[in-house]
Design a binder for this molecule. Structure first.
Ligand code: ATP
Ligand code: MG
Length: 511
């Protein structure tokens, strides 16, 4: 009979159990690994041979076959090493673990038998829990991450010898010392108190953060767009336990969790440079890994100088923005990652940046060309599109503290509480921006006056159905910020006022 040791694999951000079957057969010595493993899986052969030729063990001179079941699913990674080594030692009578069926194993081996940390431990341990496996053995560096899953016993070791001694119950398990527990701080060095003036803009930022709405800021150079955007993380509401877990899983798969091994508590804020490739933004590479849009899941993706991004790269955002997830297909893998983010973008109104001002020297054609770098459908997805006006001297030189991030965050938290209560029973919906058309119908009833204004604007500006729904979502957020059950006339008017570009195209707005 073959020896069977449990390990795990990952598809997208979800793990599943893999049974590693090891069989030694009398015959010409050879070693094969089957079960659709990638190169890293196949190279385990060489690592195992080196590890088991080390002083404590011997490498069986037999025909060895290892199968990773289910064999129909593609597997990647070097973390199967530990399960293979344990199975091979059992199969060659060098180890007699007492309760092998109760354990799952994750870990890469170095050539001298040390355990090396791996990516994706959190989703794999979550898969163990779902499959009823109560104990997991992991490299000591991954112990904190594995211990995030409640109801699982995680054991951390630094080499294969320790693992075997533990499984044979020769040496009792000793919890390895963890480094000094750093206090998780929620202090930010930036604060909205540094921004003078710009009250209207900051008000819209608060609305966007409250309802999770996409936002575009347009303004002259140096008026404070980047400054305001960098302070958005200081007012974002705390994540729920479920949201934290979703984000942590993505970071675990992307290999960004190794150092801390902690649950990601702060909402992500990612600000990729305008030179970012489509793969970096959407996800990709040989292993179809998550990109910036997935790393900003449940948080903010900030594209500064959005007009400088490659237009095709920007358009690749359109589909994930609608579906709130992205599927990346490569020759070897197809992975689906969550990508539910709030897009905040900033740009100048024209190449020189002074459009609407005497200083502007751009021709109409140049302005048009510049604006066309962002496609119509992309603009349509921006719920809030506002011009940022330069601050005047009095505001800039004043000493008055206009508002602090703490006050703004409190308002955002309050508005989120209203939304959480409303969507408590609806899975996958956390804020107004995520409302489906059915939910809009249920929760966005308008008063007669509000309906009339919306109809006027709709006819006048020939809005799309998407924009129509966006007005209702933003209007809902304005109402929630004042804890109003109904969407009032002023809420819908405020939502209509949030789109400066539409009015400009119709020649109504003078900047
Ligand atoms: N409202 C403001 N209050 C205080 N300082 C400001 C304000 N606006 C701009 N500044 C100062 O100007 C600097 C530049 O601002 P910022 O980088 O935000 O401009 P920007 O609008 O992003 O310009 P660009 O279009 O060139 O990127 C800030 O670092 C800050 O020192
Ligand atoms: Mg800037």
């Amino acid at each position: 009979m073959a020896s069977v040791v449990k390990s795990f694999s990952i598809e997208g951000v979800d793990g599943y159990v893999v049974e590693v079957e090891i069989k030694t057969i009398l015959g010409q010595p050879m070693f094969s690994i089957v079960g659709l493993g990638d190169t890293a899986v196949k190279e385990a052969k060489e690592r195992l041979e080196a590890v088991l030729s080390h002083k404590d063990f011997r490498f069986p001179k037999m025909k060895i076959v290892i199968n990773l079941a289910p064999s129909s699913l593609k597997k990647r990674g070097s973390h199967f090493d530990l399960a293979m080594a344990v199975g091979l030692l059992m199969e060659s009578n060098q180890a007699e673990p007492k309760h092998i069926g109760k354990y799952g194993f994750i870990g890469e081996l170095s050539l001298d038998g040390r355990l090396r940390p791996c990516n994706g431990v959190l989703p794999m341990v979550m898969a163990a829990k779902e499959a009823g496996i109560k104990n997991v053995v992991v490299p000591v560096e991954n112990l904190q991450e594995a211990a995030l899953v409640n109801g699982i016993h995680a054991f951390g070791f630094s080499n294969i010898k320790e693992v075997i001694d533990f499984l044979e119950e020769k040496i009792p398990y000793q919890v390895p010392p963890t480094g000094n527990e750093e206090k998780v701080k929620h202090e930010f060095s930036l604060d909205f108190r540094d921004v003078h003036g710009q009250d209207a803009m900051i008000e819209y930022i608060v609305v966007a953060a409250s309802g999770g709405h996409n936002m575009l800021m347009i303004g002259a150079p140096g008026c404070g767009k980047s400054m305001i955007a960098k302070r958005i993380p200081t007012i974002l509401p705390a994540m729920s336990e479920q949201e934290s877990l979703e984000v942590t899983k993505i970071y675990s798969v992307a290999g960004l969790l190794r150092k801390s091994g902690r649950l990601v508590r702060d909402r992500p804020f990612r600000a990729p440079h305008q030179n970012a490739s489509t793969n970096a933004l959407i996800g990709g590479g040989n292993n179809a890994l998550p990109g910036e849009i997935s790393l900003s899941h449940n948080g903010v993706l900030f594209l500064d100088e959005i007009a400088e991004f490659n237009r095709r790269t920007l358009d690749a955002l359109r589909q994930p923005m609608e579906d709130q997830k992205v599927t990346i297909s490569r020759v070897n893998f197809t992975n689906t990652y969550p990508a539910n983010f709030m897009l905040v973008a900033a740009m100048n109104p024209c190449p020189c940046g002074h459009y609407g001002n005497d200083k502007c020297r751009c021709t109409d054609y140049e302005v048009l060309k510049y604006r066309q770098k962002i496609s119509g459908p992309m603009l349509d997805r921006m719920d809030i599109q506002k011009y940022v006006q330069p601050v005047n001297f009095m505001e800039l030189s004043g000493q008055k503290i206009e508002r602090t991030s703490e006050e703004l965050r409190q308002r955002v938290e309050n508005a989120r509480k209203v939304q959480q209560k409303r969507y408590a029973d609806i899975p996958g919906i956390n804020c107004n921006a995520q409302m489906t058309p059915a939910l809009i119908e249920e929760y966005c009833e308008l008063e007669e006056e509000g309906r009339r204004i919306l109809k006027l604007a709709y006819d006048r500006f020939q809005y799309s159905a998407r924009t129509f729904h966006k007005f209702l979502r933003v209007g809902r957020t304005f109402a929630d910020m004042e804890e109003s059950e109904k969407i009032r006339k002023k809420d819908i008017a405020a939502a209509l006022m949030a789109r400066d570009l539409d009015k400009e195209q119709s020649g109504m707005l003078v900047v």
